[in-house]
Design a protein around this ligand. Sequence first.
Ligand code: GLA
Length: 488
Amino acid sequence: MQRDLSEELRRIYNGSPDELLLHTARYERLLALYHLSFPGQTSAFIVRAPGRVNLIGEHTDYNGYAVMPMAIDRDFVFILAPRTDGIIDIINESPSFERKTFDTRYPVPPYQQGDWGNYAKAAVHGILEAGWIDPKKSVGFQAVVGGTIPESAGLSSSSALVVASALAFLTVNDNQIDKAQLAELLARAERYVGSEGGGMDQAVSLLAETGKALKIDFFPLRTQPVGLPENLSFVVCNSLIRAPKSESIRYAYNRRVIECRLATALAAKAVEEQSGRKIHPNRLADLSGEKLRLEQCTVDKIVAQAIGEKPLSLKEIAQHLGETTEVVQKRLCTLRDGSMLTEPPDGFKIWNRYKHVVTEAQRVDLAVGAFQVGDASAIGKLMNESHASCRDDYEISCPELEALVSIGREQGAFGARLTGAGFGGCTVNAVPSNQVTRFIDGVTAAYYHGYARQEKDRPFTNYTNLHDVIFVCRATTGAGAWPSKGDR
Ligand code: GLA
């Protein structure tokens, strides 16, 4: 028996009756487009995967420390049916993204860098590579896809597309999935597009719960739902500066991943020399005070003394580690695609990156407590501190995000911070629920009708609808697939 669409949507989005009407209209529009695109053919499934807003815990995931995002009511939806010839054929509702057709033979060769189809290919390639589906027997699918997550804005539109594509592929192949295992697989699979991301985005897209944020721990993946205080709303504001993961910010992001890898090696050496014991860390969290059974401040002091607070050249790092620069480069600066990260001209900022990651991890733990007791001002303070650390030590902010964060605070947010990888994209603001309208009006006047119009030389992206650049997030449930209501 097929479930009723609006009942399914009520469960997923948990929104007001008006919002539900809009969601239903959107799904019906996609169903209609499916019938127009594949005349006379029945749709079999609907797949949905949400984007996310990260509330706190930035750039901690790949270091093995926790994050706390929530899934949002902006997502990718696929209307699809299986194809026994193993071909995948996807039509995007948006005319800016051309139709993609490829077959599911392994390995799946990528399109050109920056092509949207690579996110679907990343999912398929990853699943085949892991042996979850036998390429010789794999069923493909034809689909119409529609997305409402602002693109290149730090809200994980790319991971949501990877997750939706994976669920579509697994569903038509009748593959029973464990969502946590799939999240881990897709975090690796997404590196197909070239950035060395952590596992936050895929995990929250798959495992989120309605009305809750999700504290996520990694290696191994564990999740803990965290209730959201009723008197607080989370408002996302897009800076209108694009931060495309697969393009310009790739180097900046990968650089930080490598800096943390170097920090791990240097910190381990320092701790080994002090304590006389051998440690074999895979990432920074393996050197936490808790793991080493030392006070965190003791570990931090050992690291600071050993490596100093100034940026280091590759040569200096190699000297610290007692190795040649070639060995260090090969062992620690190699990216997954085999290429080597070029040395940044301003040096590797090991101490600052270390400091951000360690203090951010502490803020995530404190934030869980603050959310649990509904302490809005403590939540706001932690968000503000997180932003300062992202700006000063991790250096992932930009002038537009700075303007937007200040405006957010002036307009009554308890806390405002950049969210996601940074270098542009969005801020997230914790706003008293009864002041959301006033807040949105205030930010609109000051940023969208003020700052962004005055700074004419900056590369702001255009928008047609304010609701797509500043909006309240509803915490929705994680990704899923269900039988399509069928065809009328
Ligand atoms: C991107 C990555 C995530 C995470 C964030 C920064 O979104 O995909 O894994 O590292 O940046 O917190």
